[in-house]
Design a protein around this ligand. Structure first.
Ligand code: XBP
Ligand code: MG
Length: 236
């Protein structure tokens, strides 16, 4: 029997990248008096690098190399990224980003069936908490047996480390679980941890390579009305 479902967050639970993280990065750049602007297309390219701090560094290497000479570069990136996380959290508090179709339903159904819920994401823990709070309510955080997030493992997706960490915390094998992801990086990470992986494509990921996924869906959808209802309507 299926024991646990491991959810990715960004792009899978909610479409957070374009109108969430991207906006928060740009707001932090402004606060730090940087003339950087991550537009929608550029952000799509930068998403190949998972992790906000890693993404900032990658951007600097490719678009602002002179800035790499800062002597406290690592700490500076950490504080810039902290500012970004604050913006993201306050954005989530406004409730502007909903869960994707079918996510809330699936979570409730899994809870009823006593299937464990877990999260495996490269995003910072505060982001996960604020998204869950704003969409499913504060109590929903306890519905998840394990939340693996951010820097808890040194290597982010596509490395399998975060999935290994979550499986270890759950005390389950990959064969007892499935993962739900939206991106090629996420799929590679889950597959490298030997997890069967279901893909729900998101705005930035629809053209990526999903070879090895058990299925590739547009979203988790909503169930059609039970047949008797349809019949009732048709023959009333
Ligand atoms: C999500 C990420 C994250 C977010 C930003 O990937 O790569 O870096 O874009 O969050 P996945 P942070 O959906 O595969 O987990 O700035 O907190 O890193
Ligand atoms: Mg994702």
């Amino acid at each position: 029997k299926l024991q646990a479902v491991l959810f990715d967050v960004d792009g899978t639970l909610a479409d957070t990248e374009q109108d969430g993280h991207r906006i928060a990065f740009n707001a932090a750049f402004k606060q730090f008096n940087l003339d950087w602007n991550w537009d929608i297309d550029l952000y799509g390219e930068l998403l190949q690098i998972t992790g906000g701090k890693e993404r900032i560094r990658f951007y600097m290497e490719n678009y602002a190399p002179t800035m790499l000479n800062k002597n406290d570069l690592k700490d500076w990136i950490v504080s810039l990224h902290k500012a970004k996380t604050k913006y993201f959290e306050s954005q989530m508090e406004t409730g502007s980003i909903p869960l994707r179709p079918g996510v809330a339903r699936l979570i409730q159904e899994l809870r009823q069936e006593k299937v464990k819920l877990a999260i495996a994401t490269t995003t910072t823990m505060e982001n996960v908490i604020s998204l869950l709070k704003s969409t499913l309510g504060a109590e929903s955080i306890d519905w998840f047996d394990v939340i693996g997030a951010g820097d808890i493992v040194p290597l982010k997706k596509p490395a399998p480390d975060i999935y290994h960490w979550v499986l270890n915390q759950l005390n389950l094998s990959a064969q007892q679980c499935i993962a739900i992801e939206d991106s090629e990086n996420g799929l590679q990470s889950a597959r490298a941890a030997l997890l069967s992986t279901l893909i729900t494509v998101s705005g930035y990921t629809s053209l990526q390579n999903f070879d090895g996924a058990v299925a590739v869906l547009s979203d988790l959808g909503e169930p059609s009305k039970p047949f008797t209802h349809i019949q009732g309507a048709a023959f009333a």
